[in-house]
Design a protein around this ligand. Structure first.
Ligand code: AR6
Length: 169
């Protein structure tokens, strides 16, 4: 029971950590990133200015300021441009590097958004398989985070994750 599938707005979670699909500047943008920055307040972008940006596949942590969550892990997903192995590896790294931060901080619950599946154009079926496999393997080998929630905001992603969970049980 270390995986949960939810349908909803990631800015509403009281978890110790939510994962943002950010842009390299970390200064906010559209989609989930925009929703997080709007609700967290200006203090978030002020703090993010001190982080020195973030490369594709990397992850950085900040407080969550006005959000109910405690912390935000910002990771920059790949754009799906060349349909290449390196884009797949980059998306995997987003999940792995976020999970490593959660492990280091001994976070109990990490809530992931569906990284790269909006503006960055990654095919949702491929992205869900990468994310699900990366997260489940990591949880098998690590005590922290205790739980991962996949937070879907559209029905297509929700159905894809549901099918992946069904295949597992
Ligand atoms: N809660 C949870 N999920 C959400 C929310 C929300 N409030 N809003 C959107 N999503 P995207 P990307 C889902 O475009 O593809 C930004 O401008 C949405 O349904 O937010 O990684 C950044 O600044 C989709 O499945 O992120 C970057 O420049 C998922 O979040 C760029 O877009 C990801 O869509 C990042 O693009």
């Amino acid at each position: 029971m270390r995986i949960e599938l939810h349908f909803g707005d990631i800015t509403e979670y009281t978890a110790d950590c939510i994962v943002n699909a950010a842009r390299p500047s970390l200064l906010g943008g559209g989609g989930v990133d925009g929703a997080i920055h709007r609700k967290a307040g200006m203090a978030l972008s002020e703090f993010c200015k001190t982080l020195g940006g973030c490369s594709v596949g990397e992850a950085k942590i900040s407080p969550a300021f006005n959000l109910p969550a405690q912390n935000i892990i910002h990771t920059v997903g790949p754009r799906y441009l060349f349909k290449s192995e390196s884009e797949i590896q980059d998306l995997k790294n987003c999940y792995l590097n976020s999970l490593e931060i959660a492990k280091k901080h001994k976070f109990k619950t990490v809530v992931f958004s569906n990284i790269s599946t909006g503006a960055y154009g990654f095919p949702k079926d491929l992205a869900s398989t990468i994310s699900f496999e990366t997260v489940t393997s990591f949880l098998l080998e690590n005590e922290f985070p205790e739980k991962v929630i996949f937070c879907c905001y559209d029905v297509e992603n929700l159905e894809l994750y549901l099918n992946l969970i069904k295949e597992k049980i």
